[in-house]
Design a protein around this ligand. Structure first.
Ligand code: ASP
Length: 311
């Protein structure tokens, strides 16, 4: 009898401690200030669009696809959606030209690929993935990145393809997109794509394609995708800092994300933005210091949601 009770206690203890999710996925469509006139209908429309993209990644993870393929597929769908500042719908620079940045990272081997300042690649995240998979490099820029994408058979478009009617994206000035995931194999991945900051200088590169700033994934810690004032994300090495706080200081994901966004980013001038993240146990974090971040999430335990405004 004693033995049975002892075994049951051990089993119960290990079940309680074992909060490991089989898979988890989070996406964002940018952060910023909520416009005063934002209606319930507009919020509902964004939530519907975010959930559509989430569903793509969720189904892939359920079918045992890799986190890497899932985050890429989600970001492709958001790039193709004119409501966000990535791919079609991207903002323009000071010369009225769309220049796009994107990055992807595989937490299982720390491989990463990125492109910056591309003007004619329909889906920059696909080019970033090919940089990772098919070259010995991490980051290709501008014409070199475009020539490579063309050579690899990616779809090339006119710069005007990215322009959409202002009304379609009236609330998406800060609508960079990103996705992070944990797959059933225990691997983490992150992907981010953006048109950058509206009116940016010609040739400006933001945080998104800078590994460790706007995008980072490491199976030992966390996968992170950021959105916000890119220069600060670069200076604070935001995504890597969250990982480092977890790795070296033993902070939980929530503690690390709050520390970086509220104690390191918030005090800096012009510091609005946020991050989405998933750790190796499937804990998720959606932290932002703005009044709005387009976001959606799902976990293997059935938890799922989408939101726009701060709760
Ligand atoms: N982080 C992006 C950039 O600075 C912009 C954004 O997320 O809104 O390029």
């Amino acid at each position: 009898m004693k033995k049975i009770i002892f075994t049951s206690i051990i089993l119960l203890a290990s079940c309680t401690a074992y909060a490991q999710e089989k898979w988890a996925i989070v996406l964002h469509g940018g952060a910023g200030s909520a416009p005063d006139n934002m209606t319930k209908e507009q919020i509902a429309l964004y939530e519907t669009e975010l959930l559509k993209s989430l569903e793509i990644g969720k189904q892939m993870l359920k079918d045992a696809s890799s986190a890497l393929d899932a985050v890429q597929a989600v970001v492709v769908s958001l790039e193709n959606n004119p409501m966000f500042n990535a791919g079609k719908g991207a903002v323009t620079n000071s010369e009225n030209i769309h220049e796009l940045d994107a990055a992807i990272m595989d937490g299982s081997n720390l491989k990463a690929g990125a492109v910056a300042g591309v003007r004619d690649v329909k889906n920059p995240i696909k080019a970033a993935r090919l940089v990772m998979d098919s070259t010995v490099h991490v980051l290709l820029i501008s014409d070199g990145a475009s020539a490579f994408a063309k050579q690899m058979g990616l779809e090339i478009v006119e710069n005007s393809y990215f322009t959409v009617d202002k009304k379609v994206k009236q609330h998406s000035d800060k609508g960079t997109v990103g996705c992070v995931a944990l797959d059933v194999h225990g691997n983490l991945a992150a992907a981010t794509s953006t048109g950058g900051m509206h009116g940016k200088k010609w040739g400006r590169v933001g945080d998104v394609p800078i590994i460790g700033a706007g995008t980072y994934a490491n199976n030992n810690t966390v996968a992170v995708s950021g959105t916000g004032h890119g220069e600060l994300w670069i200076r604070r090495v935001v995504a890597y800092d969250i990982s480092a706080l977890m790795e070296y200081k033993g902070l939980s994901l929530e503690e690390a994300a709050n520390e970086v966004i509220f104690n390191k980013i918030s005090p800096m001038c012009g510091s609005g933005g946020g991050i989405i993240a998933v750790d190796k146990n499937g804990n998720i974090s959606l932290v932002f210091n703005t009044s709005l971040m387009y976001r959606a999430w799902a976990k293997s335990n059935g938890e799922q949601g989408a939101a726009v405004l701060k709760k």
